[in-house]
Unconditional design. Structure first.
Length: 276
């Protein structure tokens, strides 16, 4: 298969979720002796798919009856020997979300952005009896998020926290009753102070860049900062200096002076960026 950075999906013959792979070409694990040896000597009974790129295994999805702990332990031990344990995503074949997880994984590799897409999430309590959310990306990287440290969730009860669902395509996890939506970056920021600093630095740069484009476009149109109806010169100066992003309501007022829609204005700024 030559899609999404040449990622291939490999599955056993008679894979039970083959319907999810119908839009993809795939190759059989049983026909690939090298992979068969890496994973297990006899994988004919294992419901497993792999995402591979060239000779590298990006990740493994193991559909298992979680009651069969001995099989899982043996399987994980074999992966550990081959340094593949951290690339494993186990799905309980009896759970209805198995196909949904596979759908998100396929979608993520189809659009070529597995790092940003959520594959699965599950709740558990840590040794301190605190509620933790394990979030696994479609790049097979997991993080453990202590929910009481996320401001948007800190006021929710345990029952409310358990009432979450993952977006069909894995773009976010939502708590519908409270209209809370958090993407993978939100969880990364909450668990990694360095990631927060990087994000704040990026936002600062985006504000500066957007403000500079606003100023350039205004000057090209021959307007002064004092020429905008219902906005004072000080406000315009702050936006153009990159101190704040203008709200949508503010953009409507700015666009009224230019006799443009918001989309037309943003398109004009985008063209400036491309040509700069």
């Amino acid at each position: 298969m030559k899609r999404a950075n040449h990622v291939e999906i490999k599955a056993p013959k008679n894979f039970p979720y083959m319907e999810e792979l119908k839009s993809y070409d795939y190759t059989s694990i049983l026909d690939d002796n090298k992979i068969a040896k890496i994973i297990q000597s006899d994988i004919s009974e294992i419901e497993l798919i792999l995402f591979t790129q060239k000779s590298d295994i990006l990740g493994l999805v193991f559909f298992s009856n979680l009651n069969d702990l001995f099989l899982i332990q043996d399987f994980i031990e074999n992966l550990r020997k081959n340094h593949l344990e951290d690339k494993l995503l186990i799905i309980d074949e009896q759970h209805e979300n198995g196909k949904a997880i596979l759908h998100r994984l396929i979608h993520a590799y189809r659009i070529g952005d597995p790092e940003s897409i959520i594959a699965n999430a599950c709740l558990f309590k840590n040794s301190k009896d605190q509620l933790v959310l394990k979030v696994t990306s479609c790049a097979f990287k997991s993080m453990h998020v202590q929910l009481n440290k996320i401001k948007a969730l800190s006021h929710l009860s345990t029952d409310d926290l358990k009432d979450f669902k993952i977006d069909t395509h894995g773009f976010f996890i939502e708590w519908p009753k409270h209209d809370i939506h958090l993407n993978l970056e939100s969880f990364e920021i909450s668990t990694n102070p360095k990631r927060l600093k990087e994000r704040l630095k990026l936002i600062h740069k985006e504000k500066k860049d957007f403000g500079a484009l606003m100023k350039t476009y205004r000057e090209q149109q021959g307007l002064l900062q004092s020429d905008f109806k219902d906005l004072n010169q000080r406000q315009i100066r702050k936006y153009e200096n990159g101190e704040y992003f203008p709200s949508y309501e503010t953009l409507l007022k700015i666009c009224e002076t230019y006799h443009l829609s918001v989309n037309q204005y943003l398109d004009a700024l985008a063209r400036l960026r491309v040509n700069s």
